[in-house]
Ligand binder design. Structure first.
Ligand SMILES: [Zn+2]
Length: 218
């Protein structure tokens, strides 16, 4: 793959949910989740002048918690806004595991968007809650700064990264997913595939491109 020159003014790195709650030892661990920290720090020390970060940030009793419904984790319910996968309690507001990973170098992180704060609506995407209409405000922030290309990394590839990438593409940004700085959950899908494969297919259709940390240069 040939190199991709990063423009410090119009390109931004987006850290999606780089929180210990999604890493081994956390409440909703993604396999290999902690291994995104090192490549992300390399990008934050290198080509990107600015980054934003999201934090999953749920109140107790959140609609996405299986425990709120007396159902097993990974079951699906029909929420008023559509199907909602249920998860183990995770990213509880104020808990140590809901903070940004302590090893992430935050100097270039200009804004942190917290999502999933409403008890009755989950929020995978950095841009919209899962009703797909309530905005987080991130789009306005990026537009005001003249950002045109987003490079997304973090957890999990097939949920919060994928939904963010999809919404960003719909909003008109050029979107790249930095593969080696992401890890996914890979839930089995009804058709015998898995959620990472399906997410990649969906993103490709939207024109989202996949890249690696090695390809990104100043
Ligand atoms: Zn969550």
């Amino acid at each position: 793959m040939s190199g991709l020159a990063i423009d410090g003014k119009t390109d931004i790195l987006g850290l999606i949910d780089v929180q210990p709650t999604f890493m081994p030892g956390g409440e909703l661990p993604v396999a290999g989740g902690a291994s995104v920290v090192e490549p992300i720090n390399r990008l934050l020390a290198g080509p990107f002048a600015t980054a934003f970060a999201t934090q999953d940030w749920h109140p107790r009793g959140h609609i996405s918690f299986a425990s709120s419904h007396g159902l097993p984790a990974f079951a699906e319910i029909a929420a008023p806004y559509g199907p909602q996968t249920l998860w183990p309690d995770h990213a509880v507001q104020g808990s140590a595991n809901a903070a940004l990973h302590p090893s992430i170098v935050q100097d270039r992180i200009a804004v942190i968007v917290r999502k999933g704060m409403q008890a009755a609506v989950d929020s995978y995407s950095a841009f919209f809650e899962n009703d797909r209409t309530t905005p987080t405000g991130l789009d306005g922030w990026l537009r005001n700064r003249g950002v045109r290309r987003l490079f997304l990394c973090g957890l999990a590839t097939d949920f919060c990264v994928a939904w963010s990438a999809e919404d960003a593409a719909t909003l008109g940004y050029a979107v790249f997913v930095v593969d080696d700085a992401c890890r996914g959950i890979a839930l089995p899908t009804a058709d015998g595939s898995d959620s990472i494969t399906r997410a990649r297919e969906r993103l490709a259709v939207r024109g989202v491109r996949f890249t690696t940390t090695a390809a990104l240069t100043s």
